[in-house]
Write a protein that binds this ligand. Structure first.
Ligand code: 48H
Length: 267
C-alpha cells in the first residue's frame, strides 16, 4: 500500500468540487431549501430530465421534517399524498382512517435519495442571499441566485458572493419565505399576487385549511419565481398545519409541474 498523500486528498476534493459544481452554474431550475417541498420538487424535476440543484443553508437536508412533531421522530401523511410519498420510497403505516405515519428520519433519507438518484444535485452549506434579475415586460424576471457560504453569513464577514444562473427559481425556504421577502424588499415595485401585494405572513394553526392552501398557493408569484411549501403559505397569508407533511409533498410535486411549464416559456 502506498503511503496516503494528504495533499493528493486535498487536490482530489478541489478537482471533484470544481467539476461537479460547474454543472450547477447554469441550471434549468434552482431550488432554495432542502426541506420536504424542495426535495420533492427536485425529485420530480430530475426524473423528467431537468437540470436541477438545491442550495441549502444548513449542513444537513430535510428542513423541518427530520424532527417530526416535538422531537418525536414520526410524521403524519394523509391519504391524498400517499402516492407521492410512496413514489419517493417512504414506508407508510396506516394509523387511522385516511391517516398514515412514517419515520421522519427514514422519510428525509428516502426523499433525498430519490431526488439524488433521479439526478438532482444538493449543495449544502450555501446560503442564498439574493436573486439575479433581468428586465422582463414592464418589470424584471428572476433568473438566478446569489450564493455565499453559510459560514460567511454566520460570521457576518464582508465577503462578496457568487452567482448561479437559472431559468426558473423555486423558493422552498419554509416559514421564512426568504427569497420572496428579499425580492419585495429590494424591488419596491414588485407586486405579488397576494392581498397586500407583498409577503402577507403565515396564519396560526389550522391543519385542514393550511394543507389545502399550500397546494393552491404553489405557483409563480413573480416572473421566474415559484413558491412552494411553507414559503407559499407565508407569502399568501395561509395557516400553518403542524407535523402533517402530505401538503409539503403535494406542493413540491406541483412546484415541479409549474416549473416545467415555465421552462417552455423562459427559453
Ligand atoms: C439556503 C435556506 C434559505 C436560504 C431557508 O422549513 P422547511 O422544512 O420547508 P418546507 O416548506 O419544505 O417544509 C415545511 C415543514 O418542514 C414545516 O416546517 C411544517 C410543515 N411546519 C408546519 C408548522 O405548523 O410549523 O425547509 C426549508 C429549508 C431549510 O432547510 C432552511 O435551512 C432552508 O430551507 N433555507 N437555504 N438559503 N436563504 N432559507
Amino acid at each position: 500500500m502506498p503511503e496516503l498523500d494528504e495533499v493528493l486528498i486535498t487536490k482530489l476534493i478541489l478537482d471533484a468540487f470544481k467539476e461537479d459544481f460547474s454543472k450547477s452554474l447554469d441550471l434549468d431550475v434552482a431550488i432554495v431549501g432542502a426541506g420536504p417541498s424542495g426535495v420533492t420538487a427536485a425529485y420530480y424535476l430530475a426524473r423528467s430530465g431537468v437540470n436541477v440543484a438545491i442550495f441549502e443553508r444548513n449542513l444537513y437536508v430535510g428542513g423541518g421534517m427530520w424532527s417530526g412533531g416535538i422531537l418525536f421522530p414520526r410524521i403524519v401523511v394523509q391519504e391524498a399524498a400517499k402516492q407521492v410519498a410512496e413514489e419517493m420510497g417512504v414506508s407508510l403505516r396506516k394509523a387511522a382512517e385516511d391517516y398514515y405515519v412514517a419515520d421522519s428520519v427514514e422519510s428525509v433519507v428516502k426523499c433525498t435519495m430519490a431526488a439524488l438518484s433521479a439526478g438532482a444535485k444538493i449543495w449544502i452549506g450555501f446560503s442564498v442571499e439574493d436573486v439575479v434579475i433581468r428586465p422582463y415586460n414592464d418589470g424584471y424576471r428572476v433568473c438566478g441566485l446569489v450564493i455565499n457560504w453559510s459560514a460567511v453569513e454566520l460570521a457576518e464577514l464582508h465577503v462578496d458572493p457568487v452567482t448561479v444562473r437559472s431559468r426558473v427559481v423555486i423558493d422552498a425556504s419554509g416559514h421564512e419565505a426568504s427569497i420572496a421577502r428579499k425580492l419585495v424588499d429590494k424591488l419596491p415595485r414588485a407586486v405579488l399576487p397576494t392581498d397586500t401585494g407583498g409577503v402577507v405572513g403565515e396564519l396560526p394553526m389550522w391543519a385542514e385549511a393550511g394543507e389545502r392552501a399550500v397546494v393552491e398557493n404553489t405557483r409563480e408569484v413573480y416572473p421566474g419565481l415559484i413558491v412552494t411549501g411553507m414559503a407559499a403559505n407565508a407569502v399568501f397569508g395561509s395557516p400553518r398545519m403542524g407535523p402533517i407533511f402530505g401538503g409539503m409533498f403535494l406542493s413540491g410535486k406541483k412546484a415541479a409541474e409549474e416549473a416545467m411549464r415555465l421552462l417552455k416559456k423562459y427559453k
